[in-house]
Design a protein around this ligand. Structure first.
Ligand code: HEC
Ligand code: HEC
Length: 339
């Protein structure tokens, strides 16, 4: 599996050297709208955003052709109406096979310096290979997928327009990543209140915001415009974890049971919570933090017990609801192009 992954990736890197130069000069850059209060995302060289690339990536994202039996697409587990997460603890892939982790939101994924809960994989382009080849996701092979796409005149045409070459692993990984980079969410009630300076949050929501930012320790990890410092941490879910988290990638004891700090944007839409979907509601997440988590050698020093009144818990949840971005989940540019 790992070998297959590495050899496919080598193939893609190799392919990247033979891009047509005239074409590169002529591409028209797509202007990504950056919300108030957000930094400019850093994109990898050689895959500048263009409308053609985004359009192709959007089709591929929604097309079950990527899975071995054409039953599952990226959108099966990353659903726009749920902020590109889903509502299952573990999402089934082809033939209802179950993986081991909860599907995370793709909200503002352009900003993530690392992908997956391990906090190790560096680019979206590399990440695309994971679901395509995972036994419990698409159980397919990117070279076979490319062959199928070449036979399809629409894909062949769109691929030439986007990258000046026929569909191949280079095109598939870069086009899907281009679409994913447009999934920017920055117009929640919180953004309108704080960054756009409109007075839209009510008293309870503001009390919740104050608890979150000033009274609890949440922003030791869920900090910044995207409510994450992008680090990997242990927040005390178990004494013994079935999933070893970042250690899977690094093999280091110090990384055992560390998971990437998730964004809290659109958090009301992405239940159940945590890497294994083991916590069903936000109320229960808050109770988990109030208990100070379960003791673990790698548990962060910032996970310590505290006590909230029922009203404060409600305030905090009302604040979380302000992180929902209705425009994001209904934006027609992000929807299924086949419907
Ligand atoms: C069967 C469900 C399923 C399908 C299908 C699926 N994913 Fe995922 N996705 C997941 C799960 C589960 C994770 C978390 C895996 C992990 O951390 O190891 C994930 C993680 C991701 C991440 C990392 C997000 C982050 O912030 O770390 C990206 C990006 C992503 N998927 C994109 C895609 C794309 C693109 C496709 C289609 C090519 C796709 N996914 C298909 C379930 C799925
Ligand atoms: C030490 C760093 C740290 C602190 C402090 C922290 N968290 Fe977290 N939080 C995490 C990590 C890591 C995860 C993911 C754990 C996992 O997947 O197993 C997480 C997950 C969550 C989730 C679920 C996200 C999802 O998409 O599944 C919510 C909600 C959350 N935290 C809220 C809070 C709140 C509220 C506070 C303050 C009371 C807080 N966190 C404090 C690190 C932290």
């Amino acid at each position: 599996m790992v070998k297959l992954f590495i050899s496919t990736f080598a193939l893609i890197i190799l392919a990247s050297f033979i891009v047509h130069f005239d074409f590169e000069k002529n591409i028209s850059e797509y202007k990504l709208e950056i919300p108030e209060g957000f930094p400019k995302p850093v994109f990898p060289e050689g895959n500048e955003l263009t409308q053609e690339r985004i359009d192709l990536g959007r089709m591929l994202f929604y097309d079950p052709i990527l899975s071995l039996d054409s039953t599952v697409s990226c959108a099966s587990c990353h659903d726009q109406s749920l902020a590109f997460a889903d509502n299952k603890s573990i999402s089934p892939g082809i033939k209802n096979r179950l993986g081991v982790r909860n599907a995370p939101t793709l909200t503002n994924v352009a900003y993530n310096p690392t992908l997956l809960f391990d906090g190790f994989l560096k680019t979206l382009e590399m990440q695309v290979l994971v679901p395509i080849q995972e036994h419990a996701e698409f159980n397919s092979n990117i070279v076979d997928v490319a062959e199928m796409l070449k036979q399809d005149s629409t894909y062949a045409r769109m691929s030439l327009a986007a990258y000046n070459r026929m569909p191949d692993p280079y095109v598939i990984t870069r086009a899907i990543s281009s679409f994913e980079r447009t999934l920017i969410s920055g117009n929640s009630k919180f953004d309108q209140e704080v960054f756009q300076r409109k007075n839209v949050m009510n008293r309870s929501e503001k009390r919740g915001m104050n608890l979150f930012f000033n009274q609890l320790h949440c922003t030791k990890c869920h900090s910044g415009f995207n409510f994450t410092d992008f680090s990997t941490q242990n927040n005390g879910l178990y004494q013994v974890y079935a999933d070893t988290g970042r250690q899977r990638a690094t093999k280091l004891e110090a990384d055992r049971a560390l998971f990437k700090v998730p964004t809290l944007r659109n958090i009301a839409l992405t239940a159940p919570y945590m890497h294994d979907g083991s916590i069903a509601t936000l109320e229960e997440v808050i109770q988990h933090y109030e208990r100070g988590g379960i003791s673990h050698v790698n548990k962060s020093q910032f996970i310590t017990p505290f006590k909230l009144k029922a009203r404060q818990r409600k305030d905090l949840i009302n604040f979380f609801n302000c992180l929902t971005d209705e425009e994001f989940i209904s934006n027609p540019d992000f929807s299924n192009p086949f419907e």
